[in-house]
Design a protein around this ligand. Structure first.
Ligand SMILES: Cc1cc2nc3c(=O)[nH]c(=O)nc-3n(C[C@H](O)[C@H](O)[C@H](O)COP(=O)(O)OP(=O)(O)OC[C@H]3O[C@@H](n4cnc5c(N)ncnc54)[C@H](O)[C@@H]3O)c2cc1C
Length: 504
């Protein structure tokens, strides 16, 4: 009923350029408050905030709520979720959510268990007639939510899903054949023209029954690498715009030594901020300058990958472009280990992997270079690298990570052609010309002259000794010869399906 009403109100307010969302009207509120005061369970997942939360707003406008988080031990045990930094960030984000709910008279109830059992059990315990949540797009999330829907239906409890995190719902961008787009540019053309969802205030007051909580001990209690919660997200966004980084984004975004990007990815990952909040802060609706427009375009890439994964769940495990499912990977675990440890002997790759291990975050340029090296120079299956990133990235996200890996591997949507292979030395010279990023993450290179810092193996013995960087002792020799491996990679891709993949 809640969702039906909400859909109606959405349709009523879907006037181009107008607000996407509105709360139930006074008459509608009177209608639902006249009903027995059974609460709605609001089930939080990747939407850890109280503003711009349609499910929470609609449920609170209609009566008592029970706000819940389910710790799913089976999910946490999956290889993509074994990431201590992200779990610590999540725990801190849940604590921030609990505090925001308590400010309004509510609280976060935590239950441990499989959602298909734990959610209906909580709903029955509090006498709820409905469970409301924000819609998920990942294949795992969709399957889980179908199971929960079925389990709730067996108890006569409704399950209402709301849009909320993305600017575009799937049906906003159906694509020419109704199954979305495989390439970014036409998606972006439609996406950028959509009106932003209007702001939804946080409920000023929450009421509901007192319910016992299992607490968050199942999640890592270590301190996260960055502050969590909507207030921290807002502060990062405000500083990014105030300090001119949004306006200079187009020129500076590719330089890993410079703190020129927003670092909002982990907040977006857990819904501590939304695309629409970012758009509004940038000045939308309205004309954006080139820097802000370039930044907003990257938010569009995130939404593109979310739509693509939602419509093509098989890409979570398989190459998006079918022929490349047949590439012969080497999958040498020793090579994977050397890459992960940042000891390949290629400074740009090693600096990136060391930053990732230290900070749980990695600059986009360094992500591309490191990923390309694993796949094209070491011939390791992109899925192995995808898993490593999921285990280390605080912003590790099934849609964006899979999209980024398949793009770099040349197996994905709109991907770089397989024969266009990143040269780790040229990338380093172009995007870190003075080696500041390399020296920050590779102390062995600190005394190496600028002219050698991108290729330290070119120093002769005396130069190595003078720089206190003896190759093979202080810093590894290159693990492979890029020029040789490049040719091997091209041959392997070409062999996968010469009739269809094209190329030189
Ligand atoms: C191999 C690989 C793996 C990646 N894995 C992830 C991941 O797990 N999670 C993740 O959020 N991003 C991922 N990205 C995309 C991108 O690298 C990060 O979003 C970005 O570096 C985060 O830093 P930022 O917030 O400062 O980005 P900014 O440059 O400030 O961009 C703002 C936001 O736009 C979005 N964005 C920017 N670039 C991309 C992109 N290429 N694809 C999708 N969204 C983008 C992010 O939400 C980001 O927070 C990956 C990219 C590659 C090449």
């Amino acid at each position: 009923m809640l969702a039906d009403r909400h859909q109606r109100t959405q349709q009523a307010s879907r006037i181009p350029g107008d607000a996407r969302w509105r709360l139930p009207s006074r008459a509608e509120r009177a209608d639902c408050q006249a009903m027995p005061t059974s609460p709605t369970v609001v089930w939080f997942r990747r939407d850890l905030r109280v503003t711009d939360h349609p499910a929470l707003a609609a449920a609170a406008a209609c009566g008592p709520v029970v706000c819940a988080w389910i710790v799913d031990p089976e999910l946490l045990a999956r290889r993509h979720h074994r990431c201590p930094a992200r779990r610590a960030f999540l725990r801190a984000g849940l604590a921030a959510l609990d505090a925001d709910l308590r400010d309004r008279g509510g609280a976060l109830v935590v239950r441990v268990g499989r959602p298909a059992q734990a959610v209906p059990a909580l709903a029955r315990e509090v006498g709820a007639r409905a469970v409301a949540c924000t819609r998920e797009v990942s294949p795992f999330g969709r399957r889980r939510d179908e199971d929960v829907r079925d389990a709730l239906a067996a108890s006569g409890i409704a399950f209402h899903e709301y849009d909320g995190d993305l600017v575009a719902r799937l049906d906003d961008i159906p694509g020419p054949g109704g199954d979305g787009y495989q390439v970014f540019t036409p998606f972006h053309r439609q996406w950028v023209a959509l009106p932003l969802p209007a702001q939804i205030p946080a409920p000023s007051e929450l009421s509901g029954p007192r319910v016992s909580s299992d607490g968050l001990d199942a999640l890592d209690a270590t301190s996260p690498p960055m502050s969590a919660g909507p207030a921290a997200a807002r502060a990062a966004l405000v500083a990014f715009i105030r300090d001119g980084h949004a306006d200079r984004y187009a020129e500076a975004r590719d330089l890993p030594a410079v703190a020129a990007t927003s670092r909002l990815s982990a907040y977006l990952r857990f819904g501590m901020c939304t695309s629409a909040q970012i758009g509004r802060a940038l000045g939308l609706p309205g004309q954006l300058g080139s820097g802000r427009a370039a930044f907003w375009r990257q938010i569009g890439w995130r939404e593109f990958y979310h739509h693509h994964l939602a419509r093509n769940p098989h890409v979570a495990r398989q190459a998006c472009r079918a022929p490349f499912g047949a590439v012969a990977w080497s999958d040498d675990p020793a090579l994977l280990g050397v890459w992960r440890a940042g000891r390949t002997g290629y400074p740009m790759v090693d600096a990136g992997m060391r930053q990732l291990a230290a900070e749980g975050w990695l600059h986009n340029r360094a992500r591309m270079v490191a990923a390309s090296f694993l796949v094209k120079d070491l011939h390791v299956d992109w899925r192995r690298g995808e898993t490593v990133f999921m285990q280390e990235l605080i912003d590790g996200d099934p849609a964006s990570n899979n999209g980024g890996w398949q793009w770099t591997a040349g197996t994905g949507t709109d991907a770089a052609p397989y024969y266009r292979i990143f040269n780790p030395v040229l990338q380093s010279k172009k995007f870190d010309p003075d080696g500041a990023y390399l020296r920050r993450w590779i102390p062995e290179l600190r005394a190496v002259e600028d002219r050698f810092v991108h290729e330290p193996w070119r120093m002769d013995d005396a130069q190595q000794r003078a720089a206190r960087c003896v190759i093979g002792v202080d810093y590894p020799a290159p693990i492979v010869d890029h020029a040789v491996e490049r040719e091997i990679a091209v041959a392997r891709y070409r062999a996968a399906d010469p009739a269809r993949v094209g190329g030189p």
